[in-house]
Design a protein around this ligand. Structure first.
Ligand SMILES: Cc1ncc(COP(=O)(O)O)c(C=O)c1O
Length: 439
């Protein structure tokens, strides 16, 4: 089993994982404290020093010194350009994962690099006791992507954007949040409480909050749990880690109506699906449903850590001074990068739509493909056989990076700057990859 069988960040199955399934990813390593409680020695195991000039590989060194939260790395990458990565042996790869939907403008994007370098020479950081022009400009640009006035709270990651949104929902005076089965919202305690996958949750329970999960895409099931105790409905407009699952037409608009009827907030987690990935600024744009809360991250930094929680209407004024905080969130470096990223994504939107439609058509004609779903360059390929992990591993060997969020789904989330010629490499390799995966 390689890292690419099933990314450790993602659910292995749509239903609650059994204990046996939980074993698929490494159980948490006991801490010194828990070992001590169990009567073992509390002395930490020393990491043996490497001799000078040692030829031990990066991947071995990784295992010695990095916590085993992700399993052994499949490759060590030393550089990137556009849609290509180069490993420590000099081998080149076509990157159709983009750091999990992050590197929208491609690796080492010159405009992003220039913005970051310029800002680093000018002003890198001040505390959030003070304002900086890039932060304000980025907030204005992000708020302007919604059709209603909105305000922004900046963070350093997606899970932190969701923490901010979750804290906002508490300030409505209500506690219950309705989330969807198959959801992924992050790994910190609050975000984890909204995440469906049992194997991620179970070791850390009790989790905060009162969260009710309903089947994704089912309006009646959503209506059945709504009442005046619900603070918010949180939904990914397209579920990413669950294998690029698109809800039925009208679902997001129905969620808007139900939230309105019961005085609840509607919160779209656009961390993976947003900022151009579907060919629109947001995956929810086409639905016409206007959310109260939107969380973004990933593509906003093109690799620089940044996230944001956008709030519209009365929700925009729920945080007062001292209600929430962050040291780094929205600092001038991150904000300048975010501005450069938004500048770069805007002109790419038609390209993403057209290329995505073309790619879906090409993929549907390939051997072993049962279904192609998604929008723009946010594509899940459901296989006729549960061979996605083996196909991803074969692809890596062939120099193409894809991942398998589900045993029967290959996810394609390449840099948005990718071309038809780049994607043609996957299409040409596919028959042999599928044959190898199912042999
Ligand atoms: C929809 C969604 N929400 C939240 C997160 C968490 O983001 P981060 O890993 O930046 O904390 C992810 C990450 O994959 C995601 O896909």
């Amino acid at each position: 089993m390689t890292r690419f069988d099933n990314d450790r960040e993602e659910p292995a199955a749509p239903a609650k994982a059994s204990a046996a399934q939980s074993d698929a990813s490494s159980p948490p390593t006991p801490t010194a404290a828990s070992a001590e409680r169990a009567g073992a020695s509390s002395a930490p195991t020393a990491v043996p020093a490497l001799a000078a000039g040692s030829q031990v590989s990066w991947t071995d060194r990784h295992s010695r010194v990095l916590m085993n939260a992700f399993g052994p790395p499949a490759r060590a990458f030393v550089s990137g350009d556009g849609c290509r990565l180069t490993d420590d042996s000099g081998r080149r790869y076509l990157d159709l994962l983009a750091g999990i939907a992050v590197v929208a403008l491609g690796h080492a994007c010159p405009a992003v690099t220039a913005a970051l370098a310029d800002q680093a020479r000018t002003l890198g950081h001040v505390s959030n006791f003070f304002a900086t022009p890039p932060q304000i400009e980025l907030a204005e640009r992000l708020a302007g992507l919604l059709p209603v006035p909105a305000k922004v709270f900046f963070t350093n990651s997606g899970t932190e954007a969701n923490e901010a949104a979750l804290k906002l929902t508490r300030l409505t005076g209500r506690h219950r949040v309705v989330a969807a089965e198959g959801s992924f919202h992050g790994r910190t305690f609050g975000a984890l409480s909204l995440t469906w996958t049992e194997k991620y949750r179970a070791p850390f329970e009790p989790l905060p909050g009162e969260v009710v999960f309903v089947p994704y895409g089912d309006v009646e099931a959503l209506a059945a749990v709504m009442d005046e105790t619900v603070a918010a409905i949180v939904l990914e407009p397209i579920q990413g880690e669950n294998g690029v699952v698109v809800p039925p037409a009208g679902y997001l608009a129905a969620a808007r109506r139900l939230a309105d009827r019961h005085g609840a907030l509607l919160w779209f987690d656009e961390i993976q699906s947003g900022l151009g990935r579907t060919g629109d600024w947001f995956a929810h744009t086409a639905s016409g449903a206007v959310p109260d809360l939107v969380t973004v991250a990933k593509a906003l930094g093109n690799g620089f850590p940044i996230g944001a929680c956008l709030a519209a209407g009365p929700a925009a004024d729920l945080f007062g001074p001292g209600a929430h905080g962050t040291t780094f969130g929205g600092n001038p470096l991150a904000a300048r990068v975010g501005l450069a990223v938004l500048d770069g994504i805007g002109p790419l939107l038609p390209h993403v739509r057209e290329l995505g439609e073309w790619l879906k058509g090409e993929l549907a004609a390939l051997p072993g493909v049962a279904e192609v779903r998604g929008r723009g360059l946010f594509i899940g390929v459901r296989l006729a056989a549960p061979a996605a992990g083996r196909l991803a591993a074969a692809a890596l060997e062939a120099g193409i990076i894809v991942n398998a969020p589900r045993p029967d789904v290959i996810r394609l989330i390449p840099p948005l700057v990718i071309t038809q010629a780049d994607l043609g490499e996957l299409l040409a390799a596919w028959p042999a990859l599928y044959a190898a995966a199912t042999a």
